[in-house]
Design a protein. Structure first.
Length: 614
């Protein structure tokens, strides 16, 4: 059956013959195949689910948390669409929470999924298909039942009109069938465990709202949705208010119990982070997560903080870190030579920045698996060498030595040795100094490029890089544009260098294909425009070894070495704590989720709120 014509099928099929009560990892024999069928309330990509089939709620919530009150929040930029999945425009913040998914994750585990729209999941031990059984109580906000037909519609809608990477990623899904109103089945061309977990996160759209609308286009009205909140008020580009759905169908499910406690939450849009901070101190909104060390160290002062009305907290965490970085557009001929990228990396003086701007608060990124056991270290193991050796003539020699670590300066800001090394690399790449300007040895064209930023806050940390490059004869222009322009230009690779990065990887997952493999170059997630056959081969190895922990670790380490030593980015920095400031009107559970701040579990303390009003 063609994927593009996935059918709605009724009748008696094999799955209708599978009986038994819902249980955790109950194994059912399939007499027609040599594999077992697992029927479960949860799906764990790695290891076992923490919570059993009869769990009442996650341990990091207060199941008796009172409902009511409000939380006011802030963001920067603007918005012109309510469609999170449009290929153009800028979506309103919070739109990714409008729709429920088939299953949902907990915040104290990595890649473990529990039933939400789907009461339970079925799949064979060879992962050649997956079936989701829909909760009969599931409803959209207009009261219409959520059915398997909506799931089929949603998958096809995303496949035909969604972002390009969706079609590429799911090309191995051969059939999507609504077996009944309450059961949907996906079949795969080849066994694929990653499909099981990713399809568990499928957003289910209402057919009757989206049938005549283009999912790839912006939406100027709030959509019909199904999540715990709906949009109740907004001014385009200025603010949006979400109100709790009082008859939300999933409110008492174990995965929702004790969460979504505020009657409303509202986001106000501000021009930049500095203006937003002043508004916070003036009481215009309630909660702020700080990401700028200077502001955290110097700017949280004023009457509200002196009185204790605002609380500041640093919450340590163990979360794998993403690669925040300045991205080279490797599609740009200027940055296609690895030696050029390495030379510009040497102009980043993190030690000076950390001492003089960051108050010593940050650590430097050096891995695409930062804060995990998969980050490369030391010399390659025998397994890593076996993986890398066939590509030796295509790889930098450094890959076969010590794992990459950024250059460490003395923090003085002079960079004499780094400048000499950088100019040597640039000379090898065909550039030379003439009258204190770096020019192409053949054409005489000067080395000039633009760094694209979407917030003026980052300009102050880009200026030292600009000065250091100037000493090498390189002109780097800094340009700050609004977020809509930034998104459009980076999606089209219309930039030289940009502020951005790659999302965190808790482990080498199959989904890394979207960010790294050459055939996903049209995806906006391939941030640096990487097209490298060795990277492709390593990603393929990661995909093929998802069930082999020893080889997966070896492939993860090998990938990390190759990607880091190719200098696709200039690594930035990360913080191993959450910096949060709140107006003292909230309470929260005694246990914080391991991998999140957990604001979805907070509630308003009415006595504290009344004291603030007085």
């Amino acid at each position: 059956m063609s994927l593009r014509k996935a059918s709605v099928h009724y009748g008696v099929v094999l799955f209708c013959l599978l009986v038994g009560l819902l249980g955790s990892n109950a194994v059912l024999a399939d007499e027609h195949e040599s594999v077992d069928i697992i029927k479960s309330h949860a799906f764990a990509v790695r290891g076992e689910a923490k919570y059993p089939a009869d769990f009442a709620h996650f341990e990091y919530v207060n199941p008796e948390a009172p409902k009511g009150g409000s939380m006011r929040l802030a963001t920067t930029g603007g918005f012109d669409s309510f469609n999170r999945y449009a290929r153009r425009g800028e979506s309103v913040i919070g739109a990714d929470g409008l729709y429920d998914t088939l299953m949902t994750t907990s915040s104290d585990e990595i890649s473990v999924y529990y039933g939400l729209i789907a009461e339970f999941i079925e799949y064979p031990t060879d992962y050649s298909w997956v079936s989701f059984h829909i909760n009969p109580a599931a409803r959209f906000h207009d009261g219409t039942p959520i059915t398997a037909q909506d799931v089929v519609f949603s998958f096809n809608k995303f496949f035909e009109q969604g972002v390009p990477q969706y079609r590429s990623y799911y090309e191995g899904v051969t059939d999507v069938t609504a077996v009944s109103d309450q059961q949907v089945m996906f079949r795969f061309a080849e066994p694929n465990k990653d499909y099981v977990s990713s399809l568990a996160s499928t957003v289910v759209l209402p057919r009757h709202f989206w049938a005549e609308r283009d999912l790839g286009e912006p939406l100027t009205e709030p959509p019909l949705s199904s999540g715990p909140y709906r949009i109740s008020d907004y001014a385009m580009g200025q603010y949006v208010t979400y109100e709790r759905v009082t008859d939300y169908w999933a409110a008492d499910l174990p995965v929702r119990k004790g969460t979504n406690n505020f009657d409303t939450f509202r986001y106000d849009y501000y021009r930049d982070s500095t203006v937003a901070l002043e508004a916070f101190k003036a009481g215009e909104y309630d909660f702020r997560q700080e990401n700028v060390a200077k502001q955290w160290a110097e700017d949280y002062v004023g009457p509200a903080l002196t009185r204790g009305d605002i609380k500041m907290e640093e919450l340590p965490h163990e979360i794998p870190q993403g690669m925040q970085a300045f991205l080279f557009n490797t599609q740009n001929p200027l940055f296609q030579d690895r030696r050029v990228r390495q030379a510009i990396n040497l102009a980043m003086d993190f030690q000076w920045l950390n001492q003089n701007i960051f108050y010593g608060a940050y650590s430097r990124n050096y891995s695409y698996f930062q804060n995990t056991e998969y980050e490369a270290s030391g010399l390659p193991s025998e397994q890593e060498l076996a993986i890398l050796e066939p590509y030796r003539d295509q790889l930098p020699p450094e890959v076969f030595g010590e794992a990459y670590r950024p250059n460490v300066t003395d923090g003085s800001g002079t960079l004499r040795s780094e400048t000499r090394q950088a100019l040597g690399l640039l000379r090898e790449a065909g550039w030379e100094l003439r009258d204190q300007r770096l020019v192409n040895s053949e054409t005489g064209e000067p080395f000039e490029f633009e760094l694209l930023l979407y917030t003026p806050t980052f300009e102050r940390v880009a200026l030292p890089l600009q000065r250091n490059l100037e000493r090498m004869g390189i002109t780097m222009t800094i340009r700050v544009i609004d977020t809509a322009q930034y998104l459009n230009r980076t999606r089209e690779f219309d930039f030289d260098m940009a502020m951005g990065g790659y999302s965190a990887n808790a482990y080498p997952a199959s989904g890394m294909r979207i960010a790294w493999r050459s055939d996903f170059i049209d995806s906006s997630w391939n941030r640096a425009g990487v097209q490298d056959p060795v990277i492709d081969a390593l990603i393929d190895g990661i995909v093929e070894n998802q069930e082999n922990e020893e080889m997966l670790k070896a492939y993860g380490h090998a990938f990390d070495r190759v990607a880091m030593w190719n200098f696709y980015v200039i690594p930035n920095w990360y913080n191993d704590s959450f910096w949060i400031a709140t107006w003292d009107k909230f309470d929260r559970p005694a246990i914080r989720p391991k991998y999140a701040i957990g604001t979805e579990t907070w509630w308003q303390d009415n006595e504290k709120a009344a004291r603030l009003r007085r």
